[in-house]
Design a protein around this ligand. Structure first.
Ligand code: FES
Length: 601
């Protein structure tokens, strides 16, 4: 942190918040609110005299409530800049100057209540998002009694209790009576790996945090009895298994099983729990002085703001989604934006540093080049055909299109922002927008070719490049069988499937059509497949109005790893195809032709 603060080419803006981001890769405009510190940074020597006279005592966020802080304080001992700050929400002088004690005490005269927030505008070429995560709040798990029982603490609180710079100077004591605990229990997976008691994913760090803390305690207090209650210990990573084995050699006992609930003896503050030891196959009762809940990590609750500002997407667990989990793990879907650390998924320090280095290197590539290469497959507008309807603006997940109905300004695509999903091309009813290399005419030709022979025996499948097409590939490489009369047409995203492609397939005699794409939170183009859902709804209603059975048009989500699902869906599709009679196909063709004629008339 100090190195960053001193670096001549890094401008560190603390106590600041991003207010707005506009522009695109290589050319972002960022508005940052620098909040008032009410203490002049350059003059403050951090002597601490002001804090000695401050009468306010508030929850100390850094010490997770195990200590208090004043209204004027240093957030944590090594903070940069090393200067005091006043939390105006806590200060007694926030409305009228009623206290003023710190001002009178400060010899350097660096406290200034007239300071105001300022807005700083920056021009940057790339953005790295490293806004971190939240820790699971176990108050929700009433059975463990966190906040009801003083001697039930979280792993974060234990970190502060055994830290030499912490509120107890590193002496391990129970919060209830400040006595040294002799029997400590760690409960793993609190808020993790559970569908109804927290989050379904593994938080990655909790096992190693517990092992590290148990070893630290054993080192300083060898007589302490430590028991770890777990589902399974995940100690992958360099040297981690060794550490796990070492902790066992040091006498840490591991019991496979999670306690159902904790009871407290109010007279002594000790805790009692029952657990099914699934290795030994018996019920055990434990009497403990302190219980540590190994809490998991979760996405920041206030993360939506930055997500909207940068047009990013999130995965179903709430963390920000990367462009591609294997091939672009640090790139965000918005070009020029990179992810680092737990904002993307729970990870430990080593992985965070690795990802941050990769993100910095990726950003460096943009900053060091004069020109940026764009993908060829991007949206292009035929301004002559544009009717200023703004539909393309509404469906673009990247806000790459501008147009104005009011001022009759035709659609304009900012090429550097376009990712090439094709939602706009599929939405435009006037053919004014097309996706280069994935144009309507090309798709129409593919549909025609696929249905040129025996259309009644053919099922048409539109498969998105990133998931369902990859699932089809996997089906092949896994040597799974699926019916040979399926004709797959690749689109970059399911959102590229225009209504007229589906109608054309039915007109040419296709008994069934399937549109398939990535699972809803996994679309490669942020939430572009939400447009697919809307379009499909419209299509189903239209088919119904025309007297065509809507079941003949199917929608399926699948991931690249679901080869088996692909094979199953194809078999079901073929089954459905076999039930469509030649008369029904003929009726469909006539209904669609009649509708076309009506439209022309
Ligand atoms: Fe697969 Fe959008 S990329 S549905």
């Amino acid at each position: 942190m100090k190195d960053v603060g001193r670096h001549p080419r890094i401008k560190l803006m603390t106590l600041s918040e991003v207010e707005d981001v506009s522009g695109y890769v290589g050319n972002f405009n960022v508005k940052v609110r620098r909040k008032a510190r009410y203490v002049r940074e350059a003059d403050c020597t951090a002597c601490g005299e002001c804090a000695t006279v401050c009468p306010v005592n508030k929850y100390n966020e850094y010490e997770v409530g195990l200590a208090t802080r004043n209204a004027i304080y240093i957030p944590f001992p090594q903070s940069i800049p090393s200067s005091y700050v006043i939390n105006m929400a806590d200060c007694l002088s926030k409305d009228v100057i009623t206290c003023n004690k710190c001002v009178e005490k400060c010899q350097k005269r660096c406290i200034d209540f007239d300071m105001r927030d300022e807005i700083v505008e920056l021009k940057v070429g790339a953005v790295v998002v490293a806004t971190g995560m939240d820790v699971y709040d176990p108050t929700r798990l009433d059975e463990y009694g966190y906040t009801r029982f003083q001697n039930v603490v979280t792993s974060l609180e234990l970190e502060r209790l055994i830290n030499a710079g912490g509120p107890t100077g590193g002496h391990l004591v129970r919060p209830g009576d400040t006595k040294a605990p002799k029997r400590i229990g760690f409960i793993q997976c609190v808020g993790s790996r559970s569908h109804n008691r927290g989050n379904p994913y593994c938080s990655n760090i909790c096992c190693m945090v517990t092992i590290k803390n148990s070893l630290l305690i054993k080192e300083h207090y060898p007589d302490t009895e430590i028991t770890v209650f777990y589902i399974d210990i995940r100690a992958f990573g360099k040297g981690f298994e060794d550490l796990y084995e070492r902790s066992k050699r040091e006498g840490v006992r591991y019991v496979r099983g999670l306690p159902e609930h904790i009871e407290e003896d109010p007279s002594t503050g000790s805790l009692r729990l029952k657990v099914e030891n699934t290795t030994a196959g018996c019920i055990e009762e434990h009497e403990l002085d302190m219980v540590v809940l190994a809490v998991g990590l979760e996405a920041r609750k206030d993360g939506d703001k930055i997500r909207h500002l940068l047009s990013l997407s999130q995965t179903s667990d709430g963390f920000l989604a990367e462009s591609h989990p294997k091939l672009m793990p640090v790139d965000a879907p918005t070009r020029g934006v990179f992810l680092a650390g737990c904002v993307e998924s729970p990870k430990d320090i080593k992985d965070s540093v690795t990802q941050a280095s990769a993100a910095a290197a990726r950003a460096g590539v943009i900053l060091s080049s004069d020109k940026i290469k764009l993908d060829a497959a991007i949206a292009v507008v035929d301004k002559e055909k544009c009717t200023f309807c703004e539909l393309c603006v509404q469906v673009c997940p990247y806000s790459a299109i501008s147009a104005s109905k009011q001022n009759k300004i035709a659609a304009h695509v900012t090429e550097a922002m376009c990712a090439g999903c094709g939602s706009c091309a599929a939405e435009c009813a006037f053919g004014a927008i097309s996706l280069r290399h994935f144009e309507d005419a090309q798709y129409m030709a593919q549909i025609e070719a696929a249905l040129a022979e025996n259309p009644q025996d053919t099922a048409i499948v539109f498969a998105c490049n990133w998931c369902s097409y990859a699932a089809a590939d996997l089906t092949g490489t896994s040597r799974l069988q699926y019916p040979p009369n399926i004709r797959i047409i690749r689109t970059m995203c399911s959102a590229r499937v225009n209504e007229k492609f589906v109608m054309q397939a039915f007109k040419l005699g296709a008994p069934v059509v399937l549109v398939s794409g990535c699972h809803l939170a996994d679309c490669h183009y942020m939430a572009a497949n939400r447009s697919t859902v809307k379009r499909m709804d419209r299509l189903w209603s239209r088919l119904e109005r025309l007297g065509i059975r809507p079941e003949r048009l199917q929608l399926e989500w699948m991931s690249a790893a679901e080869g088996q699902k692909f094979a199953r869906v194809m078999a079901e599709l073929d089954e459905r195809r076999s039930k469509v009679t030649p008369e029904e196909i003929e009726q469909t063709r006539k209904a669609l032709e009649a509708a076309d004629k009506k439209k022309v008339a």
